[in-house]
Write a protein that binds this ligand. Structure first.
Ligand SMILES: Cc1cc2nc3c(=O)[nH]c(=O)nc-3n(C[C@H](O)[C@H](O)[C@H](O)COP(=O)(O)OP(=O)(O)OC[C@H]3O[C@@H](n4cnc5c(N)ncnc54)[C@H](O)[C@@H]3O)c2cc1C
Length: 381
């Protein structure tokens, strides 16, 4: 049997190769046009990056969370929005893997794993972002199907997905206990795409509104029991937040690598690169990236080892917010050192700085992650 570390190393090397040969030549253009990169989706699919967390029996890669983070980090080292495609596919898939009946898994997972299908995760609504328990999208059981009505916003892959993992309330007023997940197929009458967002960063990722107008969804497309949605969402986010942290670490490392090469090659008059001001900035950037990386892989390891009794949700939240705050700080310092060059539109580090800002916001803002950490601390004995 192959050693688990060798398997992880294999994923890292594969991702590094794809990042260098496939992503790097496209990164600037993807950012500039803001268009979805179908060629990257095709390549990721070929290499198994879009079925990382899908079990082998459904044609997936059955990778662990550490490998998921390694793949994300390597791609984000070149382009963070291209790494988000790997993450969102896992986020959309996880509720089905964790809570779906076999019939639903057989309908959805092989299409994602073997037929290049894409999926998205539809939770956020105009009135329910951080307060996710307040979702207003309703799913009413009518005979052998549900009728779903509501409006989702800021949905990654909303305009390109084949499947939509949608969270709705089946018991309005019951908050978390009333939330239920469903999988809706593209083309189902009543499902349509609204506005496509023009974003500051992570521009290569498709982000849209998803409109649900009396969409008829068979009971067989409900994910697990009624009211199990909150549990599925939380378990999904525990697994994906370390990957968002890894995305931030990869991005920050990319910015630091660029700036180190810049300072080395600059030939500034003696004084600037020798000055403690620049050197200490570089040192702080390197230290903070390593600290963030350690936290990310600690959280990933907790998930992989299924460490009972450990507050995985706290470490998962810590890794997401610490790493993305580090990415913001590192890219800001990097632009400072690069001066006018770093402010130039389409400069890779300028792109990284804009992308870092977005990572502080999605998948639960960094304020909300701090609340998760504080609540866990205050609940512990
Ligand atoms: C690029 C991008 C992609 C996204 N992709 C998806 C996706 O695929 N699926 C999906 O469902 N969602 C997605 N989102 C939505 C994202 O998860 C939400 O934007 C995020 O959870 C915040 O919700 P909100 O925008 O409604 O802000 P709000 O919840 O309205 O928050 C506004 C501000 O108030 C702060 N705040 C709110 N409540 C508190 C509190 N109790 N204490 C302290 N501060 C608080 C927040 O931190 C934030 O700064 C995406 C967002 C972006 C930007």
């Amino acid at each position: 049997m192959e050693d688990v570390e060798q398997v992880r190393q294999g994923w890292r090397e594969k991702a590094r190769e794809v990042a260098k040969n496939v992503v790097a030549p496209r990164a600037a253009e993807i950012d500039e046009t803001g268009e979805f990169a179908w060629d990257l989706a095709e390549a990721y699919s070929k290499y198994g990056f879009l079925s990382l967390l899908i079990p082998k029996e459904y044609g997936g890669m059955d990778a662990d969370i550490t490998s998921f983070c390694l793949v994300t980090e390597e791609i984000a080292n070149i382009c963070a929005s291209s790494a988000l495609l790997v993450i969102v596919q896992a986020v959309g898939t996880m509720p089905v893997v964790l809570g779906g009946a076999n019939e639903l898994k057989e309908k959805v997972l092989p299409r994602l794993a073997k037929e290049k299908g894409l999926i998205c995760f539809c939770l956020t609504e105009p009135e329910a972002g951080s307060d996710a328990a307040s979702v207003r999208t309703k799913a009413i059981l009518t005979g052998d199907h549900y009728v779903i009505k509501g409006r989702k916003c800021f949905i990654t892959n909303g305009g390109v997905a084949d499947f939509y993992t949608v969270f709705a309330t089946t018991q309005p007023g019951k908050k978390t206990e009333g939330i239920t997940g469903f999988v809706i197929e593209k083309g189902t009458p009543g499902l349509s795409i609204g506005k496509t967002e023009e974003k500051l960063g992570i521009r290569g990722s498709n982000t849209t509104e998803v409109i649900l107008e009396d969409v008829k969804v068979p009971v067989a497309q409900r994910i697990g029991d009624e009211g199990a949605g909150w549990w599925q969402m939380m378990r999904t986010l525990n697994r994906s937040r370390p990957a968002i942290g890894a995305q931030a670490v990869g991005l920050a490392q990319g910015a630091l690598d660029y700036v180190v090469r810049f300072v080395q090659g600059k030939g500034w008059a003696k004084g600037k690169e020798d000055s403690l001001g620049v050197q200490w900035m570089l040192a702080d950037m390197a230290v903070e990236i390593e600290a963030a990386r350690a936290l990310v892989y600690k959280a990933a390891n907790m998930m992989d080892e299924k460490m009972k009794g450990t507050p995985v949700q706290m470490f998962s939240a810590m890794s997401k917010y610490f790493a993305s705050d580090v990415a913001m700080k590192v890219t800001t310092h990097a632009v400072q050192i690069l001066q006018w060059e770093g402010l130039t539109k389409n400069h890779p580090v300028e792109r990284m700085m804009r992308d870092a800002k977005v990572i502080q916001i999605f998948e639960g803002t960094n304020q909300i992650q701090r609340m998760v950490v504080a609540h866990t601390l205050l609940k512990s004995k």
